[in-house]
Structures are given as structure tokens and as C-alpha cells.
Design a protein around this ligand. Structure first.
Ligand SMILES: Cc1ncc(COP(=O)(O)O)c(C=O)c1O
Length: 388
């Protein structure tokens, strides 16, 4: 047989999605892949039922339905103060996953260097490989996940034209503060680089932290490519609705990439999701309260059980330190944990460029009973003869 592409040879399957399959296999409480086990807002699903009868059922405009883009532009202005031209500055994509890929394809040539903070969301490595870009990883240092501005500048000095910024961050739950964002903005301007932001957790923030949109900083609007999605904000990860917001010149290119990648996002789902984009401030306040409740329940439980973990400032993940168990191989440990303890987690090594094998990631976007069951199972961990 002839060889397959060299570009994709290095791919493994996604460890996050693999852990979901493993959790299912052992009937473990699945706290690995980040998706809620509660229903989306009823107003959205009721609207979907109406749309099923009325349509649209055919292709929407390739860069997204007009009403969806218009209401999204309004929402973006409301929360970030950034005014967005719905016709020229938005592309609706199949999730933020496609948004990131389309942005990378639109910006990067093979061999271009792209800065990625480590730990990072695993798709960025794949985005870089598929677009031909070469990642330069800059560490975020636990436990606060701060970065060294000189190290970041060194990465820009190596000729990076693009930086990817996940804020709030998966997996470490970091929310970048204004001072940190100013450092990033200053370097992007100094070295004339673009920043692609992944802001899918923009509305999942814990007090007193605040989400600041990098694009709202002086001089950053034209060099920031915002990628985000409806997956997490409206608990509709399966709808695959995301978007890119950027200047008209960039969006013009992203539109073309997107057209050939997927043609467009699902027309009936866009129509139904307009209901969510129209929600008032109360919805976002309730969302924040709900996530704060889940975070407090889960992290409070971990604390009571005596585990060490990072306290998230945003997003819905906890990195738990399992070094007390002498774990050497976190991948095998997570499979063992699903099989023997009944809780699915993601091995931390899949998020770090550095040699880190003592952290595992749980997510807590779950109903109380699911989280309580997971905590109950985790209690066993202290009593078991742990696989090392
Ligand atoms: C940081 C981050 N970006 C992007 C995604 C994917 O988002 P979407 O469902 O919009 O493709 C996820 C999903 O977990 C994520 O954690």
C-alpha cells in the first residue's frame, strides 16, 4: 500500500475523546470530556422544535445566517464593547473547533511559527500540524499558571507571527488579568503578530475574576481573531455552532477557508440558537451562579477528601495533583481510575509540552447527583492499592 500523508502521521486519536470511550466502557462517571449532562435552556429547544416544522432546512449563506450574525454582533458589543459589522466581520463555523482551524489556515503558511501557552487545549497542536505551522510553547507556571514575559518575548523574537490565547483557559482554569493581557498585546504589537483568541468559556467566570476581551485593548482589534462558540454558553456542545470575529480583511480570507472546509453551519440550528443569543443579562448571571455552584460542590468535595488541586478562575475544569500516589504514567492511571474507581479523567500530560505526569483533569459541568457520585467513588482512591 502507498504511504498516507506525512502531515497526519503524527496524529494520535484525541485523548479526551478516548477517555470518554473508556469511561463508557467501564461505566465510570465521565468527568473527562467537557460537556454538560443537563439540558440546554428550554426556550432554545422549544424553538428548535418549531424550526423542525418550519425550516430552514437548506444551506444557509456560507458565512452564516443573517439574523444569527446580526444578533451575535449585538451580543459581542454588549459584553466586550467591540462593535462588529455583521456582514464583514463574522463567519459562523461548525463549532469553535472549525473556527480555530479556519483562522489558522487563513493566517499561517507552512513553517510559520505560532506561540502556544503550555498547558494547552489539545486541538491547537493539531491545528498547527494541519496548517503547517510550527508551535513554540511557552510555559504557564503552576500553581498560579503565570508566564514569564521574557520567555514570551523570546518566542516572539524567534519570528512567531501568530499567538494562540485560550482565555479562560482549558485545562488550567486561568483567567488572564488586564496586566497580563497588556503584556501580550504589547508584544503582539511590537513584533507585528496576530493573536487568535479561544474564548469559548467567556461566560464561565468565577468571582472576583472578570473576562477581558483581548480585542478590546488599544490597538488589538485589528490583530485579534476571536474564536468562540455557543457550545458552552448555552449547553449545546452537540450543535456545533461557533464563530470567528475579526477585521474585514481577515474575515474575507476565513470565509473562503470555511466555505471549502464545511460550506456552513447547520441552518436549522443557527435559526434556533438565535433565541439564545437574544437572552438578556439574567441568563448569563444565572449561568455564572450555576457554574459557581457546581465548582463549589466539586472542589469542596475534593477538599474534604484531602486532594490537592488547582482552584479554577474560569472554565469548568480542575487539575488534580496525583503525585501523592506515586503515579508514573498518567495515561495508564486514568484508565485504571475509570476501571477500578469509576471516574473518568483526562491525563494531564496530554495538555503539557513539558514532562508533566502528576496531574489529571476533571470537569464539573454536571448535575449535583453526578458530581456527588464521582466524589463518592473518588473517596475509594485513598483506600485502594493505586496503580503507579
Ligand atoms: C478551549 C476550548 N476550545 C474549543 C473547544 C471546542 O469548542 P466547540 O464545541 O465550539 O468546537 C473546547 C471544548 O472543550 C475547548 O475547551
Amino acid at each position: 500500500m502507498k504511504a498516507l500523508s506525512r502531515r497526519t502521521e503524527v496524529f494520535t486519536d484525541s485523548i479526551i475523546r478516548r477517555m470518554t470511550r473508556i469511561s463508557n466502557k467501564y461505566d465510570a462517571v465521565n468527568l473527562s470530556q467537557g460537556f454538560p449532562d443537563f439540558e440546554p435552556p428550554e426556550a432554545i429547544t422549544m424553538r428548535l422544535a418549531e424550526v423542525a416544522g418550519q425550516g430552514p432546512h437548506q444551506y444557509a449563506l456560507t458565512w452564516g445566517a443573517q439574523n444569527f450574525r446580526e444578533v451575535l454582533a449585538k451580543k459581542q458589543f454588549h459584553f466586550s464593547g467591540i462593535s462588529v459589522d455583521a456582514d464583514k466581520e463574522i463567519v459562523v463555523t461548525c463549532g469553535s473547533t472549525e473556527a480555530m482551524m479556519a483562522a489558522m489556515m487563513a493566517l499561517a503558511d507552512p513553517g510559520d511559527k505560532v506561540i502556544i501557552f503550555s498547558p494547552f487545549y489539545e486541538n491547537y497542536g493539531a491545528d498547527a500540524i494541519l496548517s503547517g505551522a510550527e508551535p513554540i510553547y511557552v510555559p504557564l507556571n503552576p500553581p498560579e499558571f503565570t508566564f514569564d514575559a521574557d520567555k514570551l518575548e523570546d518566542a516572539f523574537k524567534q519570528g512567531a507571527r501568530i499567538m494562540i490565547l485560550c482565555n479562560p483557559s482549558n485545562p488550567c482554569g486561568k483567567v488572564f488579568n488586564r496586566r497580563e493581557l497588556e503584556i501580550i498585546a504589547g508584544l503582539a504589537k511590537k513584533y507585528d503578530a496576530y493573536v487568535i483568541t479561544d474564548e469559548v468559556y467567556e461566560h464561565i467566570i468565577y468571582e472576583p475574576n472578570k473576562h477581558i476581551y483581548l480585542a478590546s485593548l488599544p490597538g488589538m482589534r485589528e490583530r485579534t481573531i476571536i474564536c468562540s462558540s455557543l457550545s458552552k454558553t448555552y449547553s449545546i456542545t452537540g450543535w456545533r455552532l461557533g464563530y470567528v470575529i475579526a477585521s474585514p480583511e481577515i474575515i474575507d480570507r476565513v470565509k473562503k477557508v470555511h466555505d471549502f472546509l464545511t460550506v456552513g453551519a447547520a441552518a436549522p440550528l443557527m435559526e434556533a440558537a438565535v433565541t439564545g443569543l437574544n437572552f438578556g443579562d439574567d441568563y448569563y448571571k444565572d449561568l455564572q451562579d450555576h457554574y459557581t455552584h457546581m465548582k463549589d460542590l466539586f472542589t469542596g468535595g475534593l477538599k474534604n477528601l484531602g486532594f490537592n488541586f488547582t482552584e479554577p478562575q474560569g472554565a469548568y475544569y480542575v487539575l488534580m495533583d496525583v503525585s501523592e500516589f506515586g503515579v508514573k504514567n498518567d495515561v495508564e492511571f486514568c484508565e485504571w481510575l475509570a476501571r477500578e474507581v469509576g471516574v473518568g479523567a483526562v491525563p494531564g500530560s496530554s495538555f503539557f509540552k513539558e514532562d508533566v505526569h502528576h496531574l489529571i483533569r476533571f470537569h464539573f459541568a454536571k448535575q449535583d447527583e453526578t458530581l456527588l457520585k464521582a466524589l463518592n467513588n473518588l473517596e475509594q482512591l485513598k483506600k485502594k492499592d493505586v496503580l503507579r
